[in-house]
Design a protein around this ligand. Structure first.
Ligand SMILES: [Zn+2]
Length: 81
């Protein structure tokens, strides 16, 4: 019976904490976001950050693949050693 009282007290404390947290979030005007929504928001922000920027691609003389002009080709033959 003593253990039951402790468990009930813990459940009541956790319940009050969850309700208080949800109420304070609503008061700030935020809404609960899922991890998927958070990932979508981050992807949108990354896409918007990249918008307007372009990357010049150059053709590797050795393998013919196109790569960023600022970086050597992955085949490593396009970079003078
Ligand atoms: Zn190459």
């Amino acid at each position: 019976m003593f253990l039951l009282k402790i468990l009930f007290t813990l459940a009541a404390i956790i319940g009050v904490w969850v309700v208080f947290r949800a109420a304070s979030r609503m008061a700030r005007g935020e809404r609960r976001t899922t991890p998927a929504e958070e990932a979508a928001r981050a992807a949108r922000a990354a896409t918007e950050a990249r918008a307007g920027k372009s990357v010049d691609l150059v053709k590797c003389p050795s393998c013919g693949a196109y790569h960023d002009s600022g970086t050597p080709c992955a085949c490593r033959n396009g970079r003078p050693e």
